[in-house]
Design a protein around this ligand. Structure first.
Ligand SMILES: [Zn+2]
Length: 215
């Protein structure tokens, strides 16, 4: 996992537990495949304009949100780079938390092609039956050609080759997905590159120099 910051004119703070007014990026977890004594699995938050966004939800991001003073009910959208456990293991607990807190507003979950099928399987496996949730989950599958724009936050997507290794198993396991994406996140004049995992280290350097097609 890597994050690259592209600096602009105003302030986008990067802090562990202090909220900023102009926009804030915070790291919940940054470990690789194995959590360590001091680092949790991957999850990155952005709070701007009273809205909360999460990029991946490695465990225990739900707990960490509370510990760092954020309210999961403020979550507007969850972006998933891919489905390795260190990037999505807290997903069912996050959804269950929103269920028990009686969230009403819909939640957007955005990920690579195949994400809708995987989300439904995870929810079903954990008894998070869509009909019993007090809120709607709107899943959006993206590739490298789309842009997310909420007004406060814009995201450009790009595909990575991280999961290509699994193509050899597609015939036997047709439901696995070999799609993975990274994100160029823009808040005000700041751009942030979050690759998720990628098999090629040059990718982050390439995309950190690319100006997203939005202003
Ligand atoms: Zn991975």
């Amino acid at each position: 996992m890597s994050c690259v910051f592209s600096r602009g004119g105003s302030s986008l703070s990067v802090k562990s537990n202090v909220k900023a007014t102009s926009g804030e990026l915070f790291i919940l977890g940054s470990a690789s495949g194995v959590p360590t004594k001091n680092r949790f699995c991957t999850s990155i938050g952005v709070q701007v304009g009273g809205e909360l966004y999460l990029f991946d939800c490695g465990a225990p991001c739900s707990t960490l949100l509370y510990r760092m003073g954020y309210n999961p009910l403020d979550l507007k959208a969850l972006f998933l780079s891919h489905f390795h456990a260190d990037h999505i293991a807290d997903l069912p607990l996050l959804i269950q938390t929103l269920q028990l807190k009686r969230r009403r507003e819909y939640l957007e979950v955005i990920g690579p092609r195949g994400v809708e099928r995987k989300i439904l399987k995870i929810l079903e496996f954990c008894y998070l039956i869509p009909e019993e949730l007090p809120f709607e989950i709107r899943v959006r599958e993206v590739d490298g050609s789309q842009v997310y724009d909420s007004g406060n936050l814009k995201v450009l997507f790009f595909e990575t080759s991280h999961l290509k290794h699994y193509q050899q198993y597609l015939e036997k396991y047709p439901d696995i997905s070999v799609n993975a994406i990274g994100f160029i996140i823009q808040v005000k004049t700041h751009r942030i590159l979050y690759t998720g995992d990628t098999a090629r280290s040059w990718l982050r350097h390439t995309y950190s120099r690319v100006r997203p097609p939005f202003t």
